[in-house]
Design a protein around this ligand. Structure first.
Ligand code: AMP
Length: 206
């Protein structure tokens, strides 16, 4: 049996997972964690319930912590289709990242800008956002992407179904070219693989 430590995760994260009752990695975690820890881009086909959130959150949190970042500008941006998923993914990052001192905020439409701006101004390591609201903040210059080390597109097919193609394109083009990118989708139709070809560098496919 492969353990989380065998995959290369650090002691604080392994302890956090033990505390949460995670006994062993799910298949997607076993494949994705070493690849993302090594800094690779990733194109993953995965449904919800497979453990995909931890599959990207754990290795990206570990890489982030290794740089001992000051959260002046976010280092990690996760784009998700809905407010519910933004809250859920943000909560997962909070749970896993607590031991590393990582700060995270969900940013979604329908919530007042003022509160979101206050948190972004104060500084945060990880932003989990819906694409429309993320782009609004980028245009208002309240979300600065220049410190990003990695971007995750979670449920990319859902984001396209919701009409976020232009927002995704714009955000991916604004972010620094030198970065790590992971794209997860339940299905991989051509419109997703085209985004993968444009924005991922030699990705590991899972
Ligand atoms: P997800 O597919 O990311 O939506 O995760 C589905 C659920 O599985 C979440 O409630 C996670 O907390 C839980 N989970 C993820 N990985 C593991 C694991 N290795 N062992 C036990 N539970 C897990």
């Amino acid at each position: 049996m492969t353990s989380f430590a065998d995959l290369g995760l650090s002691a604080p994260l392994v302890e956090a997972l033990t505390g949460l009752g995670y006994e062993e990695p799910t298949p997607i975690q076993a494949d994705a964690i070493p690849a993302l820890l090594a800094g690779r881009d990733l194109l993953g086909q995965a449904a919800t319930g497979t453990g995909k959130t931890a599959a990207f959150a754990l290795p990206l949190l570990q890489r982030l912590a290794a740089t001992r970042p000051v959260p002046l500008r976010p280092a990690l941006l996760v784009l998700v289709p809905t407010r519910e998923l933004a809250m859920q993914v943000s909560e997962a990052f909070h749970k896993y990242g607590r031991a590393l001192g990582t700060s995270v905020v969900p940013i979604y439409g329908g919530q007042a800008f003022s509160q979101q701006i206050k948190i972004l101004r104060r500084g945060v390591h990880v932003v989990v956002a819906t694409p429309g609201r993320a782009l609004d903040h980028i245009r208002r210059k309240t979300l600065n992407l220049q410190g990003l080390a990695a971007i995750v597109l979670d449920e990319a097919d859902e984001m396209l179904d919701m009409g976020f193609a232009e927002e995704l394109e714009s955000i991916l083009s604004t972010a620094p070219a030198v970065r790590q990118t992971a794209l997860f989708s339940a299905t991989l139709p051509p419109r997703i693989t085209i985004i993968g070809e444009r924005h991922l560098k030699n990705p590991v496919r899972i």
